[in-house]
Design a protein around this ligand. Structure first.
Ligand code: AMP
Length: 422
């Protein structure tokens, strides 16, 4: 039985040393995205529900089945964000975006979806993502994709596979949807319940079904590209040419549609062999997203990568950030006077930039030395009444056990000289 201290199903505590992996990846993201002119945006994790319903489309699985939605105290429907784009668009609309102006933002943080937990699939998961909003051009799409691959490289994942496709524009949809329906009609009876529902509500999503029994019908479906108009085909060809120009390797996946309805033109995903069944590391595309109360869509291109999956992929490649480092110094204090004096010395050493722990409860010498070992202190500083009366500190190098008495006023300089030289 689960202990009462375990976090909710599908959520996790992220502690040392694993949290260092997270910080490493987040720092790489911050540094890299800013090289491409993206600035950070932090939106609330909770939004009015209609931001997502209108933004993502009410027929998407995320909106239909996975959102954490509830009434707040004022009776308003609010939702924990299941993805980042809709909130970012709301924030940008709130700031105001002039016609023709471009805004580049990145975000990172927790997202919430009520999915069945599995390896690489959680209910609270974390994404880093970017949005380039306000302009539409094949070059921009290609640059965004190239930046995603650059980011993956920076975090040590150079062997992801990039899949690209096009969803065309709203003008292409009716004819394309009709062709898909025509293809699926004779197969319907043998397909899963979700597929039969999607056949009526959003036939594109049938291509996204992962149920084994539906795969044969999906494999036989027409390639989306063949169902699109000339303008969409030309746009996609231009994106591919830009990717070629940037020497970005990719594979056209003719049935890639992505889960959310707001996409138009370019869609892409990076999959990784180290992830198992949930093999998508990151996904994105060009979109036209509607905000509540507006009939004019906001256009942009972006992607989101799952942090948990980035870490799984890194682990599968044997990559890991350094573990928790040991402390520089542990202060062993014998007696009340030493305990008090050592708090002051600890403060001085911390101000000098050292990582310091000091005894606080006056345990036995043996217990304090064990504590110094546990935190992997490189030096243990020992003081009792004798040292205090003599104005010295006994500095013990833990690597070789050598003990050196050092004048109290010179301890910081003495330690710095040794710790900084290796
Ligand atoms: P999506 O927009 O749904 O494709 O999500 C983008 C990325 O977020 C995916 O490629 C995954 O890396 C990650 N992701 C999505 N859902 C989950 C989840 N439930 N648990 C962990 N990671 C997820």
């Amino acid at each position: 039985m689960a202990s009462q201290w375990e976090p909710l199903l599908g959520t996790a505590d992220i502690a040392e040393p694993e949290v260092r992996e997270w910080v490493f990846v987040e720092n790489q993201a911050r540094a890299l995205f800013s090289r491409y002119g993206y600035g950070e945006l932090r939106t609330p994790v909770i939004e009015r529900t209609d931001v997502f319903v209108r933004g993502l489309g009410d027929e998407t699985d995320v909106v239909k089945k996975e959102m954490y939605t509830f009434e707040d105290r004022g009776g308003r429907s609010v939702t924990l964000r299941p993805e980042g784009t809709a909130g970012v668009m709301r924030a940008i609309a709130n700031q105001g975006l002039a016609e023709g102006e471009e805004r580049r933002v990145f975000y990172m943080g927790p997202m919430f979806r009520g999915e069945r937990p599995a390896a690489g699939r959680r209910r609270q998961f974390h994404q880093v993502g970017v949005e380039a909003v306000g302009r539409a051009a094949p070059l921009l799409d290609a640059e965004c994709i190239a930046m995603l691959l650059h980011f993956l490289e920076e975090v040590g994942i150079a062997d992801g596979e990039l899949l690209v496709n096009s969803r065309g524009t709203a003008d292409d949809r009716p004819a394309a949807a009709a062709a898909l329906k025509e293809h699926f009609t004779p197969h319907l009876a043998g397909l899963c319940e979700d597929c039969r529902r999607r056949f009526e509500t959003n036939v594109w999503r049938m291509l996204d079904c992962k149920v084994e029994g539906c795969q044969e019908a999906i494999r036989g479906a027409p390639a989306i590209m063949d169902l699109l108009g000339a303008e969409s085909k030309a746009y996609f060809a231009a994106v591919c040419a830009c990717l070629d120009g940037l020497k970005v390797p990719y594979r056209v996946d003719p049935r890639l549609v992505r889960g959310l309805d707001y996409y138009e033109h370019t869609v892409f995903e990076v999959v990784h062999s180290g992830l198992g069944a949930q093999n998508a590391l990151a996904g994105g595309g060009r979109y036209a997203l509607f905000l509540p109360g507006s009939d004019r869509p906001v256009r942009g291109v972006g992607f989101a990568a799952g942090l948990e999956r980035l870490l799984l992929a890194r682990a599968s490649l044997g990559q890991a950030a350094a573990g928790t480092p040991g402390m520089d110094v542990f202060l062993v204090s014998l007696g009340e006077r030493a305990l008090a004096a050592s708090q002051l010395l600890a403060a001085e050493l911390r101000h000098a930039g050292l990582r310091v722990l000091a005894e606080t409860t006056g345990r036995s010498m043996k217990a304090q030395m064990r504590a110094a070992d546990r935190v992997r202190a490189r030096y243990t500083l020992i003081r009792g009444d004798n040292e205090l009366d003599g104005g010295t500190v006994l500095c013990k190098a833990m690597a070789d056990g050598v003990q050196t008495p050092v004048a109290a006023g010179e301890v910081a300089a003495w330690l710095l000289a040794r710790l900084m030289s290796g």
